[in-house]
Design a binder for this molecule. Structure first.
Ligand SMILES: [Zn+2]
Length: 160
């Protein structure tokens, strides 16, 4: 008889996005993303971090500073953008993006342009910001569906 307590596709892919987020060096926001094609194959993963070549120890990770250049914001690559750019597969056309935080408008543009057609997000704590509102407008106009991940509260403990 087959095992019954295996994880669902959604749990698998969101779980990988959540595990990827654990690679982030950002002490306030860790975001992970996992891109999956229509055959349930993972084509890319990513997390928020400094661009390749930037020494994490030399870059600012603060949220506030005298100038924006003293904060992380102008520098950090978001998880979704990293996942899109990390893909070694050709096209992301028709793919689904699993992401732990609702995409900002800059990532929304990259998601749309990459051909991703569906976004499954875990948290949308910036829903009231213009950035996220713009993402919703863009997704709706450009035919990208988005839905909240529905957790059944299952806990998976990994001893690494
Ligand atoms: Zn973003």
């Amino acid at each position: 008889m087959k095992r019954n307590d295996y994880i669902s596709w959604d749990e698998y892919f969101m779980g990988i996005a959540m595990l990827s987020a654990q690679r982030s060096k950002d002490n306030s926001t860790q975001v992970g993303a996992c891109i999956v094609n229509d055959k349930h194959k993972i084509v890319s993963v990513g997390y928020n971090g400094m661009p390749t070549g930037c020494d994490d120890d030399d870059m600012p990770w603060e949220r506030e500073g005298e100038s924006s250049l003293d904060t992380k914001y102008p520098f950090v690559c978001h998880a979704e953008l990293n996942a899109i750019l990390n893909s070694s597969f050709g096209s992301l056309n028709g793919c689904t993006l699993y992401v732990t935080l609702f995409p900002c408008n800059e990532c929304a543009k990259a998601i749309i342009q990459s051909g991703i057609k569906r976004v499954v997000y875990k948290c949308n704590k910036y829903a009231d910001t213009d950035s996220v509102k713009a993402s919703c407008i863009l997704f709706e106009k450009c035919g990208v569906s988005f839905e909240e991940y529905r957790s059944n509260g299952k806990s998976i403990v990994l001893s690494v």
